[in-house]
Design a protein. Structure first.
Length: 385
C-alpha cells in the first residue's frame, strides 16, 4: 500500500473546453475499436467515465463531448473506473482479457501527473469502488473497506452477504457520510450513518438485492430485488418504507436506479430495454427527523408506506394498486444501460455498454413516451444522429 499526496484540480476548464487536448499513448492500438468494460457517472452526473479494453475515457454530459482519454495499448484493460467529481483523481481496477492492473488492486491515478500515486492491494478480486472527497470505499465479494483518502488508512470494515457485483453506495454531501451496502441476510440492506455513529438494517425484499441507490444526502434509499418487478423507497434514518412502485409484471434484471437531485423523480433501467421514470411522493422536509423519536407517528403528514397507497388496496390485488411509471423510453432489449438525471430540467441521460449516449426529456404533466433530444456513439464521437 502506498500513500497518496493529493493535489485536486479540475479535469477541464468550462470556459475554454477546446483548449484541452485529448492525450493518448504514443503508440495507440492498431484496432481503434474499443470494447466498453465499465461505465460510471461521476458524483453529480455531469460527467461519466468509460473503462475499455485499451484504457479509459472521460466525457462531459451537457454538452456532450469527450474531455480526454488514455489509451494504454493492447494490455490496457480497465475493468472499473471512477471519477472524483471533476478533479484529476480517478480510481482504477484492471479488467478484461488483458488487464492493465491486477484485479485485486485499486490504483489511484492522478491524471495531471499521468501516473498512479497510490494503490490498495487485497487478497481477492475487487468488485467495486466508490469515491468521496474524504473517503475511498472498496468492495470485495464478502467485505467492504472504508479508507481515509488522505493517507489510505482503514477506518471501517464491513462484512456482507455474497456481493459479486460490488453493490455499495455512498452519500456525497460534505461533512456527513452515509454508506449503504448489502447486509448479512438475503434481501437486507445495511446503512451506516457515520455522523451519528448509527447502523440501520432494512429488510427491503424477500429475494436477493439486485440494485439500489441513495440520494446525495443519503436520506433516501431505493432498492430492487432479483425479481425486478417492484422498486421500494425507504427512509434510511428509521428504515420505514415510504413508497413502492412497479416497473412491470414480469421478472427483469434491474441494471441501475437513480434519484433526481430533488428526489422528486426516480429512474430505473432493466434488461427489458425500457427506462422508466417514477414520481416520488416523499416529503423530503420531514426526512431530517427520525420518526422513532417523534410523538405522532400516525400523523397523516408523516411519510409512510400508506401515504402513497390507494384506498382500494385492500379490495384489488396488489398488482392493480401498484404505482406505475410516469414516463418511459424504449431501447434495445437485453443490453445493459445506466441512467442518471440530466442537469437540464426533466431530462435523463442513458449510457449503454454498446457505446450509446441518449439524452431524453419527459413531460411531467402528460407523461408517456419520452422525447429523444440527443444520441451519440461515444466510442465514435463523430457519429451523431
Amino acid at each position: 500500500m502506498s500513500q497518496t499526496s493529493q493535489t485536486l484540480m479540475p479535469l477541464d476548464s468550462e470556459e475554454s473546453p477546446s483548449s484541452t487536448p485529448i492525450p493518448t499513448s504514443p503508440n495507440p492500438p492498431l484496432n481503434s475499436t474499443s470494447n466498453v468494460l465499465h461505465l460510471s457517472f461521476n458524483q453529480d452526473s455531469g460527467c461519466f467515465a468509460a473503462g475499455t479494453d485499451h484504457g479509459f475515457r472521460i466525457y462531459n454530459c451537457d454538452p456532450f463531448r469527450e474531455i480526454f482519454r488514455r489509451d494504454f495499448g493492447p494490455n490496457g484493460g480497465i475493468g472499473l473506473v471512477h471519477m472524483l467529481f471533476r478533479c484529476n483523481i480517478l480510481a482504477f481496477v484492471g479488467g478484461g482479457s488483458d488487464p492493465r492492473y491486477p484485479a485485486n488492486k485499486v490504483m489511484i491515478w492522478d491524471d495531471h501527473q499521468s501516473r498512479c500515486i497510490g494503490e490498495l492491494s487485497f487478497r481477492s478480486e475487487v468488485k467495486g469502488v466508490r469515491l468521496r472527497r474524504d473517503r475511498i470505499v472498496v468492495v470485495l465479494a464478502h467485505k467492504i473497506f472504508v479508507y481515509n483518502f488522505a493517507d489510505l488508512k482503514v477506518l471501517h470494515q464491513i462484512e456482507t452477504i455474497a456481493n459479486p457485483t460490488g453493490l455499495c453506495e455512498v452519500s456525497h454531501v460534505s461533512g456527513t457520510m452515509v454508506l449503504a451496502c448489502p447486509g448479512l441476510q438475503k434481501g437486507q440492506i445495511r446503512v451506516e450513518h457515520y455522523a451519528s455513529k448509527r447502523t440501520k438494517f432494512i429488510m427491503a425484499h424477500d429475494s436477493r438485492i439486485a440494485c439500489f441507490a441513495i440520494t446525495q444526502d443519503g436520506r433516501l434509499l431505493a432498492t430492487a430485488s432479483s425479481k425486478g418487478t417492484l422498486v421500494r423507497v425507504f427512509n434510511t434514518l428509521d428504515g420505514s418504507l415510504l413508497q413502492e412502485v412497479r416497473r412491470g409484471a414480469d421478472r427483469a434484471e434491474i441494471y441501475s436506479l437513480a434519484f433526481s437531485s430533488s428526489a422528486q423523480w426516480l429512474a430505473v433501467s432493466s434488461d427489458k430495454g425500457t427506462v422508466h421514470v417514477f414520481n416520488l411522493k416523499v416529503d423530503s422536509g420531514l426526512l431530517g427527523h427520525d420518526r422513532s423519536h417523534t410523538t405522532s407517528e400516525s400523523s397523516p403528514t408523516s411519510p409512510s408506506a400508506a401515504s402513497s397507497l390507494s384506498f382500494i388496496r385492500g379490495v384489488l390485488p396488489r398488482y392493480f394498486s401498484s404505482e406505475w411509471s410516469v414516463a418511459q423510453f424504449r431501447l434495445q432489449e437485453g443490453l445493459q444501460y445506466h441512467v442518471a438525471f440530466g442537469h437540464q430540467k426533466n431530462t435523463i441521460v442513458i449510457l449503454g455498454m454498446d457505446g450509446s449516449f441518449y439524452r431524453c426529456q419527459f413531460d411531467t404533466v402528460t407523461g408517456g413516451e419520452m422525447t429523444q433530444l440527443e444520441y451519440y456513439n461515444f466510442l465514435k464521437p463523430e457519429e451523431t444522429f
